[in-house]
Design a protein around this ligand. Sequence first.
Ligand code: FAD
Length: 508
Amino acid sequence: MNQVQRIVIVGGGTAGWLTAGVIAARHQARRAHGFSVTLVESPNVPIIGVGEGTWPTLRTTLRKIGVSETEFFRQCDGAFKQGARFNRWTTGAEDDGYYHPLMLPQGFARVNLAPHWLAEGEGSFCDAVTPQGQLCDAGLAPKTIATPEYEALANYAYHLDAGKFSAFLQRHCCETLGVEHVLADVTQVRMADNGDVAALETAQGPVVEGDLFIDCTGFRALLIEGAMNVPFRSCSDVLFCDTALAVQVPYADPADPVACHTISTAQSAGWVWDIGLPTRRGVGHVYSSSHVSDDQAERDLRAYIGPAADGLNVRKIPIRAGHRETFWKGNVVAVGLAAGFLEPLEASAIVLIELSAKMIAEQLPPNRAVMDVLARRYNATTHYRWGRIIDFLKLHYTLTKRTDTDFWRDNCRAETIPDRLRELMELWKYQAPWLHDEFDRAEEVFPAASYQYVLYGMGHRTHTPPGEGDAEVELARRAWRENRVQTARMMEGLPRHRELLEKIVQHG
Ligand code: FAD
């Protein structure tokens, strides 16, 4: 009875190929029984070609779809990412900065170090609880050449070349996982009587029929908006940035160090991202055009880059903060930019693609009759995730003490802060985020530790008694000691970032 056997993905960017890979890998055994994954991609509409910072989940995803990490580094101009450094977000001063690293605080499962650090900790919160900020400052890699693929000494994600990454995934999906690739422009969508999508007509001729259609057409949102009329829910009243300028910057010397963290530097009406790859940097300015002119934004970007920006072309990308009112309607699911967009402050887009693809693959409806049940579940989870990401991004803005421009002042206006975040901010005056918080861990993109790093990195004070007795205090002190020992060991034993990347690419 109406089995779901033919999965059709439209769009060949990061969202399309990752989703194809995750579904095809999970359902390999069903290929012999008529199960197929087809990806239709326009030969004329380019992919967005930005989106180069990721989250550690990508290690699990790549491993699961069966690619070699060494080949990933070789073919995608890949580099390690150990977190993000936020400069000038708190006061705007030259020396204002903090890390959101990817390692959890020492002993996170046993003890909440935040109240202890607030009571008697020394230095920054990040340095007190993890080595990773210092590893980033020193430009060290998170592992050595002897560490097996995908395993870490210090937790890590990747920086990658978006164009090369899509091409890499495409090769793997088509050559190893049996994904069928149709290069064609979808021009018409044929609807079934029940309101589902039945087939796609293309300019080049082929008609592609399917049981489940995944819209990965980027900002075009061809199926979810064009065919299913699902509206877009803007959140530009919370997150103001609506334009990005992107540029690729060559290194002055090919042997220059490669930063092993994303650098995010606040500007007068937005922020600049700076991502280091082995062969170039990807740099961009995300800003609110209501608060700064395009010309000024470009001047600020060029001033950030310095003389290396001379003669480089800057690409302007309009962006729209928000997401679909529903992500899965009928037999259409939107993934990637078709589902929505939030400024890339914490690299939340690709991780959301991975989580969406995983959920679709794991709970793939066996037939049309149960599809609506799974769609409701998918929509509830996905709404939760988008909401939490919006809160987390906004947290970076609400904690600022900057009042130098309207942009920063407007960002702190109470009516621009989502209710749930406002409640949490109130709670965090008296209680530090931790495992027992109301976070629903199974669904969480950003764990409670991420909130701690941002809150205490930006100087938030929580007035909380440090512990529940001597044993708890002893646990905290032991965790600090362990952190000092681990930091010294890693600082001594880990190679420089570029050195390890070169070894991986040359010798594997
Ligand atoms: P796209 O890459 O736009 O792909 C769309 C696909 O649809 C293309 O293959 C196109 O050919 C196809 N298509 C369109 N119309 C048709 C048609 N009619 N017929 C057939 N095919 C069609 N994310 C992160 O996680 N980290 C970051 O650091 C980050 N930085 C970003 C910076 C900026 C400025 C922007 C704008 C985004 C950033 N993102 C980031 C988001 C990230 O780029 C995207 O989530 C990711 O690239 C996925 O894009 P996509 O595959 O959904 O869309």
